[in-house]
Write a protein that binds this ligand. Structure first.
Ligand SMILES: *[C@@H]1O[C@H](CO)[C@@H](O)[C@H](O)[C@H]1NC(C)=O
Ligand SMILES: *[C@@H]1O[C@H](CO)[C@@H](O)[C@H](O)[C@H]1NC(C)=O
Length: 476
């Protein structure tokens, strides 16, 4: 075609003095294409201009009088898709603008400018580039093909693929069909294929780019495996597992460290989060995290026969307090995490509340261990260990310092009070016992004394009886 045109052009040039130029224009489907047509105005008479497409007839033409005509197939709802901007005519620019190009617009165009018996013809090859993805949004693990199409295909062109602006190294295979004007990449859809796919077509020393974005359906939250979730001991936590909207996984299941996670009766350790009613949200929640709950959890579900999984690591934080023996009342608080691989920084924050309940936060020191005195009134309240990584704060864990200051002194006095009471009480008891013993003694003695009067009476009565007997004997 090109050769034909040039031969044709050469002949016309030789015969009429017309020139033939061939221009290549690449345009992405859906964009606006500009087909150049330059003419060096030699006379002041406005030229007659005609744009036509091979096998499709006239696209647009302008008579010397200025009247314009559009080809019937180049108007959409009465509005022409093509135009030559009037303002540029003076400069001899009769470039044709085509809006919203599609693959069918690709082909050979010619622009002929005729003035003063001279005719200039420009030939333009319009090549429409597309990158198409099939299926448009593939499911993770399923086949996806990315196709670079140029219509008409430039013979001898080279094709390169860029993924997120870096040369793409195919894991499986790239199929290139030169004859069907396509370069195809076929892969299994994974996260690593997500992003901007750019087809770079090299032709006649120039590079043309066209891009499309590939997204993969599957578990969108968290986006990567081994995502760490931080929680403080005793707090509640949600382990995220959200599928792409519209995907409802079959047989969703949560596992911990390889074993099926079955909720124990009475103590369900892991349950689907009830806050979300969306069928694609399979996040799980733990009501109260214990230090032993740390570890790896796997969320999985089946979509169209494909098992999708996501691993989430629960990192549990706690504060351990220990009494440092050196100084009385001093205490060391240690911020402990079940996994510290992402932690770069620890910060201790003191949270206090005034009488109105207004919270005030004060950063005190950096570092894993905090030494504070329990006896100082100023140290009571909440001590928060904030831990952060490269991307900011990861989480925090709180320790409540009891009213040790006032209490510790009071406690001592309490103890002395108590000992005093105990001593006093035992003394009282002793005295009571002594009194009791004395009373018993007295009682015993009195008992003995009473015995004698009894004897006396007996003796007395006996003697009385004898006396009476003797008296009666004297009488008789
Ligand atoms: C408590 O609130 C009142 C009024 O809202 C204010 O005047 C007072 O200063 C506040 N007290 C403290 C300790 O912040
Ligand atoms: C601790 O974390 C909770 C929840 O992320 C947050 O609301 C709170 O402000 C944090 N506390 C401090 C002192 O950073």
């Amino acid at each position: 075609m090109l050769l034909e045109c040039c031969i044709f052009g050469m002949i016309t040039f030789l015969m009429t003095g017309a020139r033939c130029e061939v221009t290549e224009v690449f345009a992405e489907a859906g964009s606006e294409a500009i087909l150049p047509c330059k003419y060096d105005p030699t006379s002041l008479v406005p030229p007659a201009v005609k744009w036509s497409k091979a096998n499709k007839g006239t696209v647009w033409r302008k008579q010397r009088s200025g009247l314009q005509y559009w080809g019937s197939s180049w108007t959409v709802n009465g509005t022409p898709r093509v135009k030559c901007p009037h303002s540029l005519f003076e400069k001899g620019d009769y470039g044709l603008q085509i809006n919203n190009v599609n693959e069918e617009d690709g082909g050979v165009y010619s622009c002929s400018v005729e003035a003063g018996g001279r005719e200039v013809e420009n030939v333009v090859y319009l090549r429409i580039m597309t990158v198409s993805i099939d299926p448009p949004v593939p499911i993770w693990g399923k086949d996806v093909s990315v196709t670079c199409n140029v219509t008409p295909w430039p013979n001898g062109a080279s094709v390169q693929w860029l993924l997120n602006n870096r040369p793409f190294v195919p894991q499986t295979r790239i199929t290139s069909y030169r004859d069907t004007s396509k370069s195809i990449v076929r892969e299994k859809a994974t996260v690593s294929l997500k992003g901007k796919w750019t087809c770079v077509v090299g032709f006649k020393g120039k590079e043309e780019h066209v891009s499309a974005t590939l997204s993969v359906k599957g578990i969108i939250q968290p986006p990567n495996d081994n995502t760490k979730v931080y929680a403080a001991v005793g707090s509640g936590v949600t382990l995220p597992c959200v599928f792409s909207p519209g995907l409802t996984p079959n047989l969703p299941v949560w596992k911990k460290a390889g074993s099926l996670f079955k909720p124990a009766p009475g103590h369900p350790p892991l349950s689907y989060s009830s806050s979300s009613q969306l069928p694609w949200d399979k996040s799980a929640s733990l009501k109260e995290v214990g230090f032993k709950d740390e570890g790896r959890y796997t969320c999985s579900g089946t979509i169209q026969g494909q098992i999708l999984t996501r691993t989430i690591q629960l990192v549990v934080a706690k504060i351990e307090s220990s009494i440092t023996s050196k100084k009385k009342g001093s205490m060391a608080l240690t911020c402990q995490l079940s996994d510290t691989s992402e932690v770069t920084n620890y910060e201790w924050v003191h949270v206090t509340y005034d009488l109105n309940g207004t919270q005030s936060v004060e950063s005190v020191q950096k570092g894993k261990i905090l030494n504070i005195s329990q006896e100082s009134e100023a140290n009571r309240g909440e001590w928060v260990c904030r831990f952060s990584g490269k991307e900011g704060i990861l989480g925090n864990v709180t320790y409540h310092v009891q009213l040790m200051s006032g209490v510790s002194g009071q406690k001592v006095t309490d103890v002395s009070h108590n000992t005093a009471t105990v001593v006093g009480l035992s003394f009282l008891l002793l005295v009571l016992l002594l009194i009791l013993a004395q009373m018993y003694k007295n009682h015993q003695r009195r008992k003995r004394i009473f015995q004698y009067p009894a004897l006396e009476t007996i003796v007395h009565t006996i003697s009385n009886e004898r006396e009476e007997r003797e008296r009666s004997r004297v009488k008789t």
